[in-house]
Design a protein around this ligand. Structure first.
Ligand code: FEO
Length: 173
């Protein structure tokens, strides 16, 4: 049986993952409007991933006799200054999620809740990978620079990264 405090903390994480899903969906829509099809595909896939992260906690709470609650999602922004700023925001949000996961692990350990601690290890690894991915994208964007046709090359790069992520997901499945 999971504690009330741990259930509450996991429900907060559900809210954070749900917000990430909607934020990335909003970003996908912005990219689409700007003609950045590769970036739009990438953000759609990220949005779907975040929904899966959210549902994973629903399933876990149900398994340990907790009560998962559908979150009230704050309105995500609809406009972004540039594709560079958009990816900076993604990175910032992922860092926020990592900090939250670390707090959850600390709480689980404090409560001697080894089951939740083990469950959360998947998120610890996922966050390390997500942050590394976003840093590599920001590095690429910096390398391409802001010269003529830079948006075209950024979009091409993100399209390639998205294809690699999809292939990796399929290999895991
Ligand atoms: Fe599920 Fe990328 O945080």
């Amino acid at each position: 049986m999971i504690s009330e405090a741990m259930t509450g903390a996991l429900n907060k994480q559900i809210s954070l993952e749900g917000y990430a899903s909607f934020l990335y969906l909003s970003m996908a829509s912005w990219c689409d409007r700007e003609g950045l099809d590769g970036c739009a595909q990438f953000m759609h896939r990220q949005s779907e991933e975040e929904r899966e992260h959210m549902l994973k906690i629903f399933e876990y709470l149900s398994e340990v006799d907790g009560h998962a609650l559908t979150p009230a999602i704050p309105q995500a922004p609809h406009e972004f200054d540039s594709i560079q700023e958009l990816f900076k925001e993604v990175y910032k949000h992922e860092q926020k999620v990592t900090a939250s996961i670390n707090e959850l692990v600390a709480l689980a350990n404090q409560e001697n809740d080894h089951s939740t601690s083990v469950f959360l290890q998947w998120y610890v690894n996922e966050q390390r990978e997500e942050e590394a991915l976003m840093r590599s994208i920001l590095d690429k964007i910096k390398l391409i620079g802001t010269g003529p046709q830079s948006l075209y090359f950024i979009d091409l790069e993100i399209e390639k990264i998205n294809a690699a992520e999809l292939a990796a997901e399929e290999a895991e499945a």
